[in-house]
Structure formats: C-alpha cells, structure tokens
Ligand binder design. Structure first.
Ligand code: ADP
Ligand code: MG
Length: 254
C-alpha cells in the first residue's frame, strides 16, 4: 500500500522543499518506489530534482488541462517527479468553484497512487486551496519547523487547516510528526523549543521526530548544485539526519 506524505507549513524558508526532496531521494535510495509532486509554483523541488518545466506536462496540466497523471510523470534517475509550473503561482482562482474544489489533486492522482511505495508532496508557503488539495490527497503530514524564536509562529493556523481537512475532506489524515530543522545543538533557544514542543503539539496528536535536522552549509550547497544532500556529501550532518528521519518515517507506519 502506498503512503502519501505532504510536507507542510505555511511559513516560507523553514525547509519544506529541503525536507521533501531529501526524504524522497533517501526513500528511493532505500529501495522504495517514490514519486515527488511539487505543488509550489516557485518550482524549487522541481528544480532541485532537475525535472523539466518547459515542453512537458506539469502539475498545471494534470490539475487544469485534463492531462492524465501517467503522462505528467517525469522518470528521473532515482525517482519520479510531477513538476510544478510557474502558472501555479496563484492557483486559487483556477480550481473549480464547486464541491470538487478540494479533491482535484486527489482525483487526478487516483490512477497512479498504488504504483508507488511513497508519494511525497512539497507544498507552497500559503494556507490556500493548493495546500488543502495536498492534504486531502495525503495520508500523512510531516511538519518541519525551525529552531528559532519564531519557529512555532503560525502553527495554530496550520492546525486549523489540518483539522478542517480531517473534518470535511479526509478523515484519515494524520500528522506523522513535527520535524525540527536547522537545529543547532549548542543554542539554548533550540533546546527550549525542542523541550516545549511535545506539549505544545499535543493538539496535533503527534510527536516530534527523534532525529533533529542540524543546520549545515552543505545542505544549502546541495540545493544550489541541484542535488540531494546525500548525493552531494553523504558524510555531512544533514545527509545523516535526513537518512535517520526516513528510517523513522518507515518505522512510523500507522
Ligand atoms: N538543515 C539545514 N541546514 C542548512 N540550510 C538549510 C537547512 N534546511 C533548509 N536550509 C536552507 O534554508 C533555505 C530555505 O529552505 P527551503 O527548503 O527552500 O524552505 P521552504 O521550502 O520551507 O521555503 C534554503 O536555502 C535551504 O538550503
Ligand atoms: Mg519550498
């Protein structure tokens, strides 16, 4: 059975794309069949995976041009990708104005769902219709947060969106875990946040990933080089951390 995992947090710059791309690459490296769907019109995870955006069928065609999912999949060396599209920068008005609005992605991907062990969805930095579509299609959500003063900011708004999804469009959706990213072991504030987190997030009925993803320069460099961090430098801390996160994800099977 496939597991569809959305990586979500409406804050920008906290590591959604980094997390989505690296867990997708690592799960593929572990021998799983993986599809990465980039739902963010900024196309960052599309770019990191070196998928095409011009002259190919993208997520835009899948959602709004009746293209078949199998025709939108790009087969890369390690994994499959459905690329995002610059046309998806403001997608709100493009979704149908009726009850099917939140099911567009889910319906479009139904035929390919069982072909994969994991479908990883990178999501945009907004609490909009695209995120709700991703959450309606997903079985699970991974929520990255950064270990800084404002790392938890807006988390209750994300909860409202996840709770509404569970109530109205996807009652089986659950939060796999909250992932602490850009973790600096020696900073007091990080420790404060990680200690406070379990009780703060009781509302999500989830736990914090045991693995914290440490801040590491090679993580940024890997993104610039359009590579997964494991392929860029398997010895760096982020590469080791994402590998451990994936082992936890595999273990956390509900
Ligand atoms: N663990 C980390 N260590 C160092 N840099 C990181 C780490 N996680 C993310 N980054 C960097 O932070 C920036 C924002 O990350 P990104 O994944 O694009 O965030 P989002 O998708 O949430 O906007 C990028 O430059 C990325 O390389
Ligand atoms: Mg992103």
């Amino acid at each position: 059975m496939s597991r569809v995992i959305a990586v979500a947090n409406q804050k920008g710059g906290i590591g959604k794309t980094t997390t989505a791309v690296n867990i997708a690459f690592d799960l593929a490296e572990m021998g799983k069949k993986v599809l990465l769907i980039d739902t963010d019109g900024q196309c960052n995870s599309t770019d990191t995976c070196r998928a095409q955006v011009e002259g190919v069928a993208t997520l835009y065609d899948l959602l709004f041009e009746n293209e078949r999912a199998s025709d939108c999949i790009q087969h890369m060396e390690k994994l499959d990708v459905i690329a995002s599209d610059k046309l998806l920068k403001n997608p709100e008005t493009k979704f149908p104005d009726d009850a099917t609005r939140l099911f567009t992605l889910c319906d479009a991907c139904e035929e390919i769902r069982e072909q994969y062990d994991f479908i990883i969805i990178d999501t945009p930095p907004t609490l909009g219709c695209m995120l709700s579509n991703a959450l309606t299609f997903a079985d699970e959500v991974v929520i990255p947060v950064t270990c800084d003063r404002y790392g938890m900011e807006g988390i209750s708004d994300l909860y409202v969106t996840i709770h509404a999804t569970q109530k109205y469009t996807n009652r089986n959706l659950r939060v796999t875990g909250v992932l602490l990213n850009k973790y600096k072991e020696k900073t007091t504030l990080c420790r404060e946040i990680s200690e406070a987190l379990p009780s703060v997030l009781a509302m999500f009925e989830t736990t914090v990933f045991e693995t914290k993803v440490r801040e590491c320069e090679d993580c940024k460099k890997a993104q610039s080089a359009r590579m997964g961090v494991q392929a860029y430098n398997a010895k760096c801390t982020t590469a080791k951390d994402y590998w451990n996160v994936c082992e936890e994800i595999v273990r956390r099977r509900a």
